[in-house]
Design a protein around this ligand. Structure first.
Ligand code: HEM
Ligand code: HEM
Length: 248
């Protein structure tokens, strides 16, 4: 499906405007579907908060989920390297920080699922102004980031020998003690825990940190480039849901 087109709208564009909540949708009320001026630069103040995406920008749901997942990734990177570089291995502090890393990691998967579902249910905003090559590059990085958002935490969990705490409260057993591993992977495919763990660890600790780290740097760098050099609304519309309506 072409980017920028509304999917069969399961979630209409909802806007909270002024002192009372008003949910309005151009589709519902038969208003014309205005395509925004894509060369528009950062402009004046706006008064409405968009809950869902519009063709012109991201709504509150997408923005909140984007920054929860982004923060979890950035914190988890910082946390694990801090632990590895500055904390004595196998001490109480080391294991405490490691279990914080695994707890954030397993919890982020829930938000990644919500993010994918919410993206599928909403219109996708129009591309920011730019060349065809820039659009292709941005789409490729976004797709790779979506893959990374699953692969990084899941390979961490799949290779983890001990339990993890979902939302720091609910204990998730080690993957090696699950039915899936014992019956299908070990029992059915004959792959031992040692071989399985080796592959998962290699992806999680060797490939992912570099590949995903570079993707995040390129992605955040591009957002800053838009903001500082191009002075357009690309970064702002991922921060401020009031900037996602056509009038913004
Ligand atoms: C947002 C998700 C996650 C990110 C960004 C992330 C990132 C990383 C990074 C960058 C490393 C260091 C690799 C190295 O040794 O150079 C690491 C190590 C590790 N991760 Fe994750 N991880 C995530 C989720 C998880 C999850 C869900 C688990 C397990 C349930 C996990 C378990 C581990 C373990 C056990 C290590 C090795 C720590 C050590 O040996 O000191 N990670 N992770
Ligand atoms: C400081 C760090 C970050 C900044 C400044 C940033 C900024 C942005 C901006 C401005 C957009 C909108 C791009 C557009 O309109 O075309 C965006 C989208 C996106 N970001 Fe980030 N981001 C950051 C970190 C991350 C991280 C860590 C991840 C994933 C692990 C991520 C994943 C995504 C994805 C998948 C999209 C596409 C959203 C969609 O259309 O569904 N971002 N980001």
């Amino acid at each position: 499906m072409r980017r920028g087109r509304c999917r069969p709208a399961k979630l209409h564009h909802a806007v909270i405007s002024g002192p009372i909540d008003v949910f309005r949708s151009p589709h519902v009320h038969g208003m014309p579907d205005v395509v925004p001026d894509r060369t528009q630069r950062r402009t004046s103040a706006v008064s409405s908060i968009s809950i869902t995406n519009t063709r012109d920008g991201y709504g509150l749901i997408a923005i909140t989920l984007h920054w929860i997942v982004a923060a979890a990734f950035i914190v988890n990177y910082a946390l694990i390297y801090w632990t590895q570089w500055y904390v004595e291995p196998r001490t109480e502090e080391y294991f405490g920080l490691l279990s914080t890393h695994t707890a954030i990691g397993v919890s982020v998967v829930v938000f990644v699922f919500l993010r994918v579902i919410s993206r599928w249910m909403q219109p996708v905003p129009e591309d920011a102004p730019g060349t065809r090559l820039e659009h292709l590059g941005a789409h490729a990085v976004h797709i790779l980031l979506y893959i990374a958002m699953f692969v990084t935490p899941l390979t961490g969990y799949f290779g983890q020998g001990g339990p993890s705490q979902l939302f720091f409260a609910i204990e998730i057993p080690s993957f090696q003690n699950t039915w899936l591993f014992q019956t299908v992977i070990d029992g059915g495919l004959g792959i031992s825990w040692e071989s399985w763990e080796g592959v998962m660890d290699y992806i999680h600790k060797t490939i992912a940190p570099w590949v995903v780290g570079l993707l995040i740097l390129a992605h955040a760098g591009a957002a800053l480039f838009h903001h500082v050099v191009r002075r357009d609304r690309v970064l702002i519309r991922m921060i401020d849901p009031r900037k996602s309506s056509n009038s913004s």
